[in-house]
Design a protein around this ligand. Sequence first.
Ligand code: CO8
Length: 262
Amino acid sequence: MKTFENILVEKNYKGHEHIALVQLNRPKVLNALSTDLMRDVVEAFFLLEDDKDVRVIILTGSDRAFAAGADIGQMMEASPIDQINDNRFRTWKQLSLITKPIIAAVNGFALGGGCELAMSCDFIIAGDSAKFGQPEIKIGTIPGAGGTQRLTRAIGKSKAMMMVLTGEMMDAYQAEKDGLVAKVVPSETLLQETFEVAKSISDRAPVAVKLAKEAVNMAYETSLKDGMEYERRNFYLTFSSKDQKEGMRAFMEKRAPKYQGN
Ligand code: CO8
């Protein structure tokens, strides 16, 4: 795997051939999301997407910060035209093209773009030190990579509005209670616990996992009626895979399934 300037990428994470770890690595600025860092993340994700051995990606930061937001120093004097020419939104948009599951493992600060990046993943597992927030309002701007949209869908209008307008943070337990986070675990064991969840997903039929991810995401994009239709079609589609036959046969034969990813 290629090496990157702003992230560390580990395939065969903890010796598991189907799991990859991507770690944000700008510790001096609490993993502030510079344009180059986001380009690295997206490039690594696409390499892992194309790697047939990889089934689940974990995205993490450091103990102190998942990411404390977009790089304020880089943005401070930018004009709207600079932002357009920088094409950062194109990079962010590409995150949604990854079909494999991405789990955000969050310790410490996940603020501004950091919270938005975590929310762009498929779900979040938080260490008990995690703090989430959209503090852009405190520096004279507003969220720009989904904070007003994804946070509102995750925790509802009232709570999201309060967070976006005050810029105050939410701790890990509150985030779990409000539905932003799937699970809270002790910070010291965050990566191990996330690895266990990733392992469980990587044991499932990869095509079904992709189709399930796609169908759940459709719940954000469409009406219930159309979403149900979409789900049904993906359900039918799983029946064209060998892995569906293997999964059901293995159940009937009371043995563990052996999935081939086709
Ligand atoms: N950008 C650049 N540098 C940062 C950032 C950041 N977002 N956050 C922290 N740093 C730097 C600090 O400047 C400091 O550097 P130095 O050591 O050289 O002084 C270092 O990281 C450590 O930070 P602190 O000393 O401030 O550490 P504290 O423990 O005292 O505080 C906080 C930690 C509370 C996280 C604090 O650093 C903070 O408030 N950071 C800024 C949080 C913020 O406002 N985030 C939102 C940024 S705007 C944004 O994300 C918009 C997203 C739009 C996305 C659009 C994409 C196209």
